[in-house]
Write a protein that binds this ligand. Sequence first.
Ligand code: BES
Ligand code: ZN
Length: 881
Amino acid sequence: MRTEDAPLIRLEDYRPSDWLIDTFDLDISLHPTKTRVRSLLALQPNPAGRPGAPLVLDGDELTLKALALEGAPLDAAAYAASPQGLTIHAPPQRAFTLTIDTEIDPSANTKLMGLYRSSGVYCTQCEADGFRRISYFLDRPDVMSVYTVRLEAEKAQAPVLLSNGNLVAAAELPGGERHFAVWHDPHPKPAYLFALVGGALDHVRQDYVTAEGRKVELAVYVEPGKAGRAGWALDSLERCMRWDERVFGRNYDLDVFNVVAVSDFNMGAMENKGLNIFNDKYVLADPQTATDGDYASIEAIIAHEYFHNWTGNRITCRDWFQLCLKEGLTVFRDQEFSSDERSRPVKRIADVRTLRSTQFSEDAGPLAHPVRPRAYKEINNFYTPTVYEKGAEIIRMLKALIGDGAFKRGMDLYFERCDGTAATIEDFLACFSEASGRDLSHFARWYEQAGTPTLVASGQYDGAAKRYTLELAQSTPPTPGQSEKEPMVLPIRLGLVGSQGDLPLKTGSRAYSGDGLVILDRASLSITFEDLPEAPIPSLLREFSAPARLELDLSDGELIRQFAQDSDSFNRWQALQSVATRALTTTGRAKAERSALSVTARALGEALDTFLRRDGLADPAFAAQVLRLPAPADIAREIGRDVDPDAVFGAHRALSVAIGAALLPRLPGLREALSSQRAFSPDAASAGRRALRNELLGLMALAAPAEGAALCEAQFASADNLTDRLAALAAMTLVPGEAREALIGRFAELYSGEPLVLDKWLMAQALIPESGTLERVKRLMQHPAFSLGNPNRVRGLIGGFAANLTQFNRLDGAGYGFIADIVVALDRANPQVASRLLGSFKSWRMLEPVRRRLAQDALGLVARTPGLSRDVSDIAERTLA
Ligand code: BES
Ligand code: ZN
């Protein structure tokens, strides 16, 4: 079905289901190609639905084998069945049962939605609407049922049989070849949270007792032979469970909690009740095969999916427009967990980098949409940085706005009042209104209005009156479907930085709510601060208190002073980023202005040198963030129009080289001081030292290629962990030549048989900013380590190339053509992976005219392909609109 033919689903058309399903008994007999599914639905009319309505069940590529109403086969005239649905025309207007038999082929399921096989393991992915590929059902999140699931399989093929809830029975079947297991989940849930797993898997396990005293068996299941890599995930699980008890007062509610890692998975992980299924990339870790970044992601994603047990599962979404109700809130919760486990400022910096690079860029392009969209054609295309990351920022702002105490009371009220329901954003906000006694209707605009607000600030110091006046103004650019924008509620944390640190804030302004927080809820505002002995430097949006672009005209000198003196770590980091961003946007716009760059490079080099000398070793993780410039793509977005990616990249490279050169004398000594004699440990402090050390290695490779390359080789040879080896490879990719190719070859040899590590190897090569990269990527597609059928392989190699600013945006259009061809080829097998890849074109409108035209042509080629999935045609059409 083409998108034009696909119905537009609108929030305003929501109406409750006509039918409810109280209990749901599933009996599934697993077979590689002929899996039999028997469903027993206990239905009743929904008092909130339309009386006398037919029963319309969802399906997708299903084959009906048998159908019975209260045990009696139904007359052919009484129903209509197709692969897409099953309708009972005139069902009894009372409670009744329906038995439905379907047969499905998990081996033929390349979409990885519904029931499929991954390396021989049966597994499921049902969110958002994949359950209808298993059986006919009311596949919508506001229909919640109590599930009992009986699984049967050949014992040799699937010795492990798992589903949601608690195990209630398991036994061998007569003959001894087959066995079964029965799982019961007492918590009513929507179909998207159903899961099953069947296969030969190893596991690690651990007992856990909740704060409320419930004994829980935690287990992590992995491919045979990989149990040695499951420990970090299990450890993270235990830590995040304790944290949720302590910080949110949330206890776990079943006797088992299972996590299963599979190697073919469209997304990162899925929060199925009591049976989380993970992309193995986010479970498996040991020092030889996972980087520090992987350890951190595993910890965060284990926590994210676990936290969904309350924010998502116990309280689910009424409809998919409310997706941010569970995703934004749960991202906020996982970010807070990681902040508490690691370094809060460093985590905030990393999250803001992600927010800007993914969400701000989405907001600035044709795919911009509100955190709560009003209409969609394909819901899978709305699991976006806007719903997730901006959704989390809204929660963070809410907390700032009403304060920690009211936020906690609001959360508690939400958990109490909405438990067991399918809720809306309105239900959620009502709890915080009540808890805080505040009207949140204006704040709620964050859910409705798309686009990144710009905050323009300027200050004036009156020395005679010792008074400082701050002018603040906001505006939001138009986005698709929203040409007029209203002012938002922006919580602005601020300080006034003087020569001896923060100056006291004295003001009578009503917008100032104390504790360094100003609320800007109008288009503009002026605030006067009194009794200031000197002209301050304004430090605005401390901790990045609102997801806005800040325009504040400070000189490089002032920003560098702010870097040295601000008490807010985030804004210290931001100050140097701002210096670099200004120089890079100026130079990236017009190559002629390179001189501006060398002045900035000198100033930045000096500031960094002083910083590294004084306290670079005090907090290496922070120092690594300070050294890392904004990415070229961020600069391109700041420039915003007629972008020449080569010019942006050139400016970025020149500044990096200059900074590296300025720091060169200090780099070897610093690297030495940061090296560790101790055995590898993934803790945040050790990871921080590696991060800084490797940041310095990258700078050396750029500023002094010959020495840098030698260092890369030495580090590669002596490293005892993947982080350092991969950093050596990545730095080496910046130095063309024989030595680089040799190192690439050595890496592949060392890690042959380690697909997850080779994904990184593929990506490192796909990111090489040289004209030969496209040919290299095409060659690598023939490498035995690559397969178009596996999402992780595709994201590594093809996704890596699509993120290569200069090579994806080649002036001859070959980069666009390549990605477009792959999207079309991939779409036939896996529409979700294809449509995510097509998202790489989201910034095409900001390109200079030649590339813009070529990108548009490639998009048009995709859009005109016959037989496209709804996923891909939806993205193609909205991107072109
Ligand atoms: N519920 C999602 C998984 C999901 C995503 C299902 C899209 C269907 C479509 C899960 O909780 C999730 O958000 N996973 C993220 C990782 C998370 C840490 C942000 C993912 O898979 O990328
Ligand atoms: Zn989630």
